[in-house]
Design a protein around this ligand. Structure first.
Ligand code: SF4
Length: 319
């Protein structure tokens, strides 16, 4: 609703009291919308409350032309952008060094767990020089909660040493340099490029791989080939946000085991609709985007997320 609409309506009935009430109603509605955004993506809840999308669901796109595929893929991304206007990297970081370390630590654990661990790590070892010269046992102790802590200690200390020895203690902003760092593959490199350097990158993580296969954007299974195939469907400038939208959707609605199809806002565009629960009420119970009552895994989320009504996730075990 536009800001002026209720005022116009009030003018039509020419009563100041009605005018006042209409303005008040808008304010209430707006507050409710913000509150709603804090607990559920707008479109997703509409899908739950409205008629099940089964009737309008897309048939698997047999012999879909290249143009039709590009159109469908971009439409899915546009819809997801509306559902998750606050999509962002879910690792807390303040500089490229923190992001590259946090991304390496995020293997086989949740971003929330990493966000709870990195403040202690960076307080003690704020620079690559500090971490490179650390006592490995002390680092292991700090990283223990993230799992695979010995291997992760080796990786983050190794990459810190490489940063100091080869790049003057700075994280390089080029793909070909990043992938030379120990423990840094293309996925981590693109996370860093896209989010710390503002250079477009596609993050092919487990969610991304699963969802693009479900949507039949590509039948490739190798992450590098998926990255190339999906990258070719979108303008380069969309890559970073596309990755966030897809990963947000995979974490919250289109889960690996039980996708919540009956509560999915892009069901009409999805050839895999029905792979998960289609009953709207049952599907609603599968939604996982709420964490302690609010979506998100960051302890220090970006302002855009807070502006959209999101709140930082509480510490693990709280609430
Ligand atoms: S939840 Fe179901 S309908 Fe939605 S994208 Fe995943 S498989 Fe498709």
């Amino acid at each position: 609703m536009t800001k002026g609409a209720p005022v116009k309506k009030a003018a039509a009935v020419k009563k100041a009291a009605v005018k006042k009430a209409a303005v008040k109603k808008t304010a209430v509605k707006k507050t409710a919308a913000v509150r709603k955004a804090a607990v559920a993506p707008k479109k997703a809840s509409a899908a739950v409350e409205g008629a099940p999308p089964a009737k309008s669901v897309a048939k698997p796109p047999k012999n879909e032309s290249r143009t039709a595929l590009v159109r469908r893929a971009r439409r899915i991304d546009r819809e997801l952008a509306e559902v998750y206007p606050y999509a962002h990297p879910e690792l807390d970081f303040e500089n490229p060094f923190q992001l590259v370390v946090a991304t390496v630590l995020s293997a086989q654990t949740t971003d929330l767990r990493v966000n709870q661990t990195t403040p202690g790590l960076f307080a003690k070892y704020p620079t690559p020089e500090d971490l490179a010269a650390a006592d490995p046992e002390e680092v292991e102790e700090i990283l223990r909660p993230t799992g695979f802590f010995r291997a992760k200690t080796k990786s983050v200390m190794g990459l810190s040493k490489a940063l100091v020895e080869q790049f003057g203690g700075e994280v390089p902003g080029r793909l070909e340099d990043l992938v030379k760092l120990p423990g840094v593959g293309r996925k981590t490199a693109f996370v860093v490029l896209g989010n710390a350097f503002g250079r477009p990158g596609i993050t092919v993580d487990t969610h991304f791989q699963r969802l693009v296969r479900r949507w039949q954007w590509t039948d490739q299974t190798d992450p590098d080939k998926i990255e190339a195939a999906v990258g070719a469907l979108f303008p380069k400038g969309d890559w970073t946000m596309l990755s966030h939208h897809v990963i947000f959707h995979g974490r919250r609605i289109c889960h690996a085991r039980k996708p919540a199809c009956g509560a999915c806002p892009i069901a009409p565009l999805c050839p895999a609709y029905g792979e998960g629960e289609t009953d709207p009420d049952k599907a609603k119970k599968l939604l996982k985007y709420e964490k302690g009552g609010f979506p998100g895994q960051r302890l220090k989320p970006p302002q855009s997320y807070l502006d959209a009504g999101g709140k930082p996730a509480p510490p693990l075990g709280a609430g």
